[in-house]
Design a protein. Structure first.
Length: 293
């Protein structure tokens, strides 16, 4: 997918890559699905000296991402993976000007992994560059964040989303205006690359917007369905929160606003638990549906 938006960030990174590279570690942060990783890959290609190319097959590039635990626990990045990245960066480049490690979903590093990463940040190799991509910087240690050059990303304006995709969605399932308003190209791209999965999530979202009208048994049934995949449910809950916030813009009632924001807090608390803990997903969602509403 082509990069949509983020012109300021790309211009800044272009200047940095063409200069003396005063920073050896970068943190790209912002909402999920806005295109942070795509911009990071573009930056990697330029740093390696292959602008415009796909850096994934270059010898001097090491991409890292979370993996699922064998016991079925949450996806994470282990200390061994970060140590391997350190060994990779300690060697001189084979074909490029530098060696680059990109850690995607860096906020999923374990505590031990972050400790190991801190050592890399404190003792950088002159030919190495480390790029972290994260959506929840609150899960990163302050000492890690403070040693990076931070590049913020935000949602894309709706008109830029529509012009960026153009006719790319023709022939796929219809994408409601709501999804363009979220400003996250990754979501809309999902409609084109996997329309069946997107359709399923869209149907779940429609049910969530009707939650107050659902009966007790219907809420339990929906909770059972959502608890089957906590990580996907957390993503759908994020869409739900965005839609509820948009509804607030059309409602001037102070009492309604207070109720809504309390409910939003409950949703976001549940979402964090689904993403970051091994708590019982069914109990979390049951509580949200049966107590908070």
């Amino acid at each position: 997918m082509d990069i949509i938006g983020h012109g300021h960030q790309r211009e800044l990174l272009g200047k940095i890559s063409r200069g003396g590279l005063p920073h050896h570690a970068f943190l790209f942060f912002g909402p999920e699905g806005v295109g942070k990783r795509l911009v990071a890959l573009e930056f990697v290609a330029t740093l390696l000296g292959f602008p415009g190319e796909d850096p994934s097959r270059k010898q001097d590039f090491l991409p890292i991402a979370p993996v699922s635990k064998k016991d079925g626990g949450k996806r994470s990045i282990s200390v061994d993976t970060v140590r391997e990245a350190g060994r990779f960066l300690s060697r001189f480049p084979a074909e490029a000007r530098r060696r680059v490690v990109l850690i995607d979903d860096a906020d999923r590093m374990t505590e031990e992994a972050q400790n190991a990463l801190l050592k890399l940040l404190e003792e950088p190799n002159t030919t190495s560059v480390l790029i972290l991509v994260a959506s929840r910087t609150g899960l990163l240690r302050d000492t890690v964040v403070s040693r990076t050059f931070r590049v913020p990303f935000s949602a894309i304006p709706e008109d830029a989303m529509r012009s960026g995709f153009g006719s790319a969605l023709s022939g796929t399932s219809a994408v409601e205006p709501f999804f363009f308003s979220l400003g996250r190209p990754g979501i809309v791209a999902g409609a084109a690359t996997d329309p069946d999965a997107f359709s399923g999530r869209r149907d779940l979202l429609r049910s969530l917007f009707r939650i107050s009208a659902l009966s007790f048994s219907e809420r339990l049934s929906l909770s059972e369905k959502l608890s089957a995949s906590p990580s996907e449910t957390a993503e759908v809950f994020e869409w739900w929160v965005a839609g509820l916030r948009n509804m607030r813009k059309r409602d001037d009632s102070p009492k309604a606003a207070v109720r809504l924001y309390r409910f939003l807090e409950d949703i976001e608390r549940t979402t964090r638990s689904l993403r970051d803990t091994n708590a019982n997903a069914r109990l979390l969602i049951d509580r949200l549906f049966l107590i908070s509403i």
